[in-house]
Design a protein around this ligand. Structure first.
Ligand SMILES: Nc1ncnc2c1ncn2[C@@H]1O[C@H](COP(=O)(O)OP(=O)(O)O)[C@@H](O)[C@H]1O
Ligand SMILES: [Mg+2]
Length: 241
């Protein structure tokens, strides 16, 4: 059981955004994906979720080749994501943002609302239920986007820079939430983050991309000890990291 890229390449015209990328996320685990801007992280998420077809290689979901499934089919099959920019429906309240996603996944309206309010309670943000999504403070907007991605109980969740713009305290709260998602719900998570400290604190397994290629993978110690990582990534903003 896993969601995986197998030797995936992605070309945009003559530009190779990904070359020979293999990685996998198992249920209940949190895998980190880091690398400098333009490394190909979002492209990996796009391929894993059916938003981008691989030019070569395969996407596997629990042993099945899903490389040609479109995004909405993969979502129904249990692969959910958040986007770098929130993408909530600003005109709807928080509960409706979640309920709409549930209806889109085939739930009856009443079931969708029930699941939505259960999820908001589980995340400790039930008080936001009837707030318009448009006016939400940034950190709450992120939480709502994650809650919405959890509608339909996906087996896998891909988080594209969920802590961007957060303070250290807010990021630590988010890290705790991601741990709960993996541990209590058994969801396999792929966490893309700029905040290397955050990634190393929640991920047992980290993959490092640079220029569309995997340059390192391993646990905290491997990543911190890696010259390739230091040169490609940590060196760029060693102070921030
Ligand atoms: N749809 C696209 N068409 C052309 N180039 C793209 C497209 N999407 C991404 N790229 C390029 O692919 C590279 C990797 O992008 P991306 O996956 O967004 O990187 P990251 O998320 O690591 O910052 C970048 O050079 C980007 O400009
Ligand atoms: Mg990106």
């Amino acid at each position: 059981m896993a969601l995986a890229l197998e030797q995936v390449g992605v070309a945009f015209g003559g530009f190779r955004a990904l070359s020979d990328v293999s990685l996998s996320v198992a249920p209940g685990k949190i895998v980190g994906l880091i690398g400098p801007n333009g490394a190909g992280k979002t492209t990996c998420v796009n391929v894993l979720t059916g938003f981008q077809r691989p030019s070569s290689g395969r996407v596997m979901l629990d042993g099945r080749d899903v490389s040609s499934l479109p995004a909405h089919r993969l979502r129904r099959a249990g692969v959910a994501r958040t986007f770098q920019a929130g993408r909530l429906f600003g005109g709807l309240d928080v509960l409706d943002n979640l309920a709409c996603a549930g209806v889109g996944l085939g739930l009856r309206r009443s079931e969708a609302e029930h699941q939505a309010s259960h999820l908001l309670r589980w995340m400790g943000i039930a008080d936001l239920e009837s707030r318009p999504a448009a006016g939400l403070p940034y950190t709450n907007e992120r939480r709502v986007a994650i809650a919405r991605a959890l509608m339909g109980k996906p087996a896998y969740l891909l988080l594209d820079e969920p802590a961007a713009g957060m303070s250290e305290t807010e990021a630590a709260d988010l890290a705790a939430l991601i741990r709960r998602i993996a541990e209590e719900r058994g969801t396999g998570c792929l966490l893309i983050e700029h905040n290397v400290g955050l990634v190393l604190s929640v991920c047992s397994d980290v993959v490092v991309l640079d220029g569309g290629r995997i340059i390192e993978r391993g646990d905290r110690q491997v990543i911190l000890g890696s010259t390739a990582v230091r040169e490609a990534y940590l060196g760029v903003n060693a102070e921030a990291a």
